[in-house]
Design a protein around this ligand. Structure first.
Ligand code: SF4
Length: 431
């Protein structure tokens, strides 16, 4: 899930993403909460507003050649040591002013491949979170899993320790395209994993698909969708493959060995995806995301809506903003798992970079993360936070409005049909 200096458009799967922020995981009442204002402080000055927690598990059984997430292949996954570092970080943040006494509304275990960890470790993180912060019920607790790295028993373990939503990286059901993507699982293993999710009693789960894979056809995308819909997923993410710098795919692209699909074909694929999923009752609520009404990802909605999030684990990003401060602050942990564990077990945190965005950058981010949502961004909230309407800061916005790329209704700014197709190109012009 991401637009990070990409050669092509955006794909996100496991892990971090968008705009230098995190893709670290939205709400049963997402649409309603989008318009919500920040809660005030308690009489003793503390902020009781619930926040989102992202937990990064950086280990994978192999590295996919298109992946630029912070994921690592280890001969032995130090699960116990890594879990202890996560618990230590939670303790540290529970004693800081920014997070103390605030309940957690969503938890997202992303990676990497979080399903490399056992239910006991995931349960320990959730117990610590409940004990130190408390949960804002009903809490959405998502864990990303990859087929072939998890069996039905492990899904049951996750469910019994409190996970209530699974996000499964299917990507495609086409064996040849799975091989091309360097995925280590087969389509049958994806089907087994989906059956395991259903048998374990998860009624909320999401399935990730990738489209725009070289060699893929529009009919091939339809076949993937048909196979996915057999399991009646309440949520589905369809990401356009991007070729990210520093990846083996990028090297092959530069050598002329990998040729992206034509943009027209990708646009046709995107249209097929939207039509098929909407016919199946899944509404598009974000550029790449579809859900049954009420089952949007609350965790991701919090990112796109500019809410606070605390990220723990190797390379995790965090963002915190006080009500009266338009800018906020963000920080990032040490990316390498060994370095992360050393820092977290010593100081209690592993922050290596801290940044307060410039005003223009904060305004651009607010706009392009908000515009990712089909419902768009509240002009009133933008104005309240920055003291100007979006077109006051970005004259391009006025042109897009008059050209129909953007539409304003009900005091919300959102992409029109053509604007959605050009979204990534337009986002680049905001920064
Ligand atoms: S499974 Fe593949 S795409 Fe996902 S984080 Fe691991 S290496 Fe990256």
């Amino acid at each position: 899930m991401t637009e990070r200096g990409s050669t092509k458009r955006g794909l996100t799967e496991c892990g971090l993403s968008a705009s230098g922020s995190t893709r670290q995981g939205l709400t049963h009442d997402g649409a309603a909460k989008r318009g919500a204002t920040r809660l005030g402080s308690t009489p003793d000055g503390r902020n009781p507003e619930p926040f989102s927690l992202y937990v990064h598990i950086p280990y994978c059984v192999s590295k996919c050649p298109y992946c630029d997430f912070n994921s690592h292949v280890a001969a032995r996954i130090p699960e116990e040591e890594y879990t202890q570092a996560l618990l230590r970080e939670l303790r540290h943040y529970s004693e800081t002013e920014a997070w103390a006494s605030r309940p957690v509304k969503t938890v997202f275990f992303g990676g990497g491949t979080p399903s490399t960890f056992q239910g006991g470790s995931i349960g320990a993180v959730l117990d610590q979170t409940r004990n130190l912060f408390g949960f804002d019920e009903p809490t959405e607790i998502t864990l990303e899993a990859n087929p072939g790295v998890v069996d039905a028993g492990r899904f049951r373990d996750y469910r019994s320790c409190g996970v209530n939503r699974i996000s499964i990286g299917a990507q495609t059901f086409d064996p040849e395209l799975l091989r091309f993507l360097g995925r280590v699982h087969s389509a049958d293993e994806t089907r087994q994993a989906l059956s395991g999710i259903c048998e374990a009693g998860f009624d909320n789960f999401s399935l990730d698909l990738i489209y725009g894979i070289p060699g893929q056809t529009v009919d091939g995308v339809s076949r993937d969708l048909a196979q996915a819909l057999v399991y009646e997923p309440p949520h589905l993410s369809a990401y356009n493959l991007t070729i990210e710098e520093g990846t083996p795919f990028h090297a092959r692209y530069r050598q002329g060995l990998l040729r992206p699909l034509d943009e027209e074909v990708e646009i046709e694929m995107a249209g097929r995806i939207q039509g098929t999923l909407e016919d199946a009752g899944l509404e598009r609520y974000e550029i790449s995301n579809y859900a049954s009404p009420g089952l949007e990802s609350r965790h991701n909605l919090n990112y796109w809506d500019g809410g606070d999030y605390l990220g723990i684990g190797a390379g995790a990003h965090s963002y915190h903003r006080r009500q009266e401060d338009p800018l906020g602050e963000r920080w990032q942990n040490e990316r390498l798992p060994t370095g992360y564990m050393r820092l977290a077990s010593g100081a209690g945190h592993a922050v290596t970079e801290r940044e307060r965005p410039e005003l223009r950058q904060a305004m651009a981010e607010c706009l392009f993360t908000g515009l990712r949502m089909i419902g768009g961004v509240s002009v009133l909230r933008f104005e309240r936070r920055f003291g100007t309407r979006p077109e006051g800061a970005f004259p391009d916005v006025a042109d897009w409005l008059s050209g129909g790329l953007l539409v304003e209704d009900d005091q919300r700014l959102r992409f029109g049909r053509q604007g959605l197709l050009l979204a990534n190109e337009l986002f680049v012009r905001l920064v």
